[in-house]
Design a protein around this ligand. Sequence first.
Ligand code: G1P
Length: 282
Amino acid sequence: AAGYGTRLLPATKSQPKEILPLIDKPVIHYAADEVVRSGIREIVIVTSAGKTAIEDYFDRSRDVEDYLARKGDLEKLELVRSVSKMADFAYVRQPDARGLADAVNTARPLVRDEPFVVLLPDDVILGDPPATRQLIECYESFGAGVVAVEEVPAMEVSSYGIVDGERVDDRVTRLRRLVEKPRVDEAPSRLGIVGRYLLTPAIWSAIDRLEPGYGGELQITDALQTVAREDALYAYRFQGTRHDTGRPLTALIAAISVGLQRPDIGPGLREFLRDLDLDAET
Ligand code: G1P
């Protein structure tokens, strides 16, 4: 959560994009919820200057709690308390925006020599089992790192890390090539990495040897190319729906999709959408 969120300016001018709501929860809450539902209790968040709202969100909010307790609103009180009890949170800061591999590397002293999962919180993935759980199960079967992938439209391959390799089964590919944001005519496939990675300690020495890549930044995709070559790495076509909340149109689509599934607001939203006179609106 250390990026600038420039695609959502000016909203992100004075607040982290991870705190912008998807309906009534900050975007990053969905990522925390996903890992917790996948059996993970320890969360390290990589932040940067101006992002303390994230720490405050996952901390206790004594004033709000006292106010709700005084009012006797026990339901909301429990809701507020449950956020700070979701998991054990730790924070590290990335001083310079030097790329995703550098962001992951700032968490290294806390993660150390254990497998771990990286989530880019602006990709909200809805599904059961959660995408992170699916990666853990793939790791348990193959004993190597796994990246979550999905087929992306040709026009969009240059926005993703694109991977290719040998198909193991319907969902699993053993990776040979990973290219960060290739041109469409140079892309090895249409399989794009989404914001979920299960990494093993093999990533650390690959990051140590990394040279700046796409955009002059240290790219995790390039470090993973080394892991695929020297160790092993798999791609997993996860089940579930991914929403990119980091751009205006897709963020709005995410809100509508999530809203339609919510029992409290879904019926009202459905009615509103059904009654829309689209011709009159344009
Ligand atoms: C990052 C990764 C890219 C991946 C994408 C998924 O790019 O570098 O390989 O496909 O996340 O969301 P970003 O979107 O941060 O530019």
